[in-house]
Design a protein around this ligand. Structure first.
Ligand code: NAD
Ligand code: UDP
Length: 312
């Protein structure tokens, strides 16, 4: 009788994926990590390579793949605006062709599949905080649309496979998550500010810095992701994020304080369609699987700063 689950993690060498692989191995599963290393890094999974229950496959999920698995966590997709806008056609292929390949694999193997969706499906939201019932405010032809619309059609595909072929889906909408294993050149705000502060460079505030995000520490997110996957008779979508909202100015000043840096702030243009406010309503995650984040911003940032001190 089979006891261990075999779990595919696409994007497993990336920031969130590498934490997830480690977490699932600790739970006693066999983990297959598939990644094309576009933004991921083998360094993030180096410590897992000797584990007999861990396997790494360098592969691009826009090309079909045959494996026998019990569960799929589909995380493969560049997540930083700099990287997903580098090759927008490829980003759209992740939400369409890549998603169809993974749903096809789930259908053939009868595997449960979790899709890592995003708060970007709400675009530049007009409702605050964002509930799962909100349809969003997305520019379909703006610079972020390759990612936003890609993630929206990926959700739509999940439901089409669920209704038409009975595929067992879970959709989580992840809000800004940060922590160790973010790439030095990731380009997202937390890693940019920490790296700049540690190097004594000015912190680059885009726009006036009054736009907000709600930052979730990666360990909290992994707990929520796992709880959503393990919850029976549940499809989502469900928001996973920290409901405490911060401006980018507050974030920059906190990072300067925690690093003890002499860096100052400098200002640059706000990228087109940059959302003004973002804040998750996490009532559903609390109700369905008792999840809420535990790590506050200062403690999460301290752990992240320690990581970047080691890798710089
Ligand atoms: P990341 O860029 O560190 O990880 C993405 C991983 O996917 C990388 O390892 C990359 O090499 C891999 N990848 C990209 N294209 C691929 C392809 N064609 N085939 C195989 N692998 C491919 O980003 P992350 O922050 O770890 O994000 C993971 C997932 O979570 C993404 O799907 C992202 O959209 C989603 N998400 C993240 C956040 C966040 O704040 N971190 C927020 C919302 C959603
Ligand atoms: N940002 C910034 N400086 C940077 C990088 C980002 O001020 O060096 C801002 C960006 O304009 C946005 C917020 O920080 O308003 C979050 O950006 P990020 O790229 O981390 O993620 P997003 O939530 O926009 O996808």
């Amino acid at each position: 009788m089979k006891t261990k689950k075999t779990i595919l993690v696409t994007g497993g060498a990336g920031f969130i994926g590498s934490h997830l692989c480690e977490f699932l191995l600790k739970k006693g599963n066999v983990v297959i990590c598939v990644d094309n290393l576009f933004t991921g890094n083998k360094e993030n999974i180096k410590h897992l390579l000797d584990n007999k229950d861990f396997e790494f496959i360098r592969h691009d999920i826009t090309i079909p793949l045959t494996l026998e698995v019990d569960q799929i966590y589909n995380l493969a997709c560049p997540a930083s605006p700099v990287h997903y806008q580098y090759n927008p056609i490829k980003t759209i292929k992740m939400g369409t062709i890549g998603m169809i390949n993974m749903l096809g694999l789930a259908k053939r193997t009868n595997a449960r599949i979790l899709q890592a969706s995003t708060s970007e499906v709400y675009g530049d939201p007009i409702e605050h905080p964002q509930k799962e019932s909100y349809w969003g405010n997305v520019n379909p032809i703006g610079p972020r649309s390759c990612y936003d619309e890609g993630k929206r059609v990926a959700e739509s595909l999940c439901f089409a496979y669920h209704w038409q072929n009975d595929v067992d889906i879970r959709i989580i909408r992840i809000f800004n998550t940060y922590g160790p294993n973010m790439a030095l050149n990731d380009g997202r705000v937390v890693s940019n500010f920490i790296v700049q502060a540690l190097r004594g460079e000015d912190l680059t505030i885009f726009g006036d810095g009054k736009q907000t995000r709600s930052f979730c520490y990666v360990n909290d997110l992994i707990e929520g992701m796992y709880a959503a996957m393990e919850k029976d008779d549940f499809t989502g979508p469900v928001n996973l994020g920290n409901p405490i909202e911060n401006t980018m100015l507050e974030l920059a000043n906190t990072i300067i304080k925690l690093t003890g840096s002499k860096s100052k702030l400098c200002y640059d243009d706000l990228p087109k369609d940059d959302p003004t406010r973002r804040n998750p309503d996490i009532t559903l995650a609390k109700k369905e699987f008792g999840w809420s984040p535990k790590v506050d911003l200062e403690n999460g940032l301290k752990k992240t700063i320690e990581y970047f001190k080691r890798v710089i």
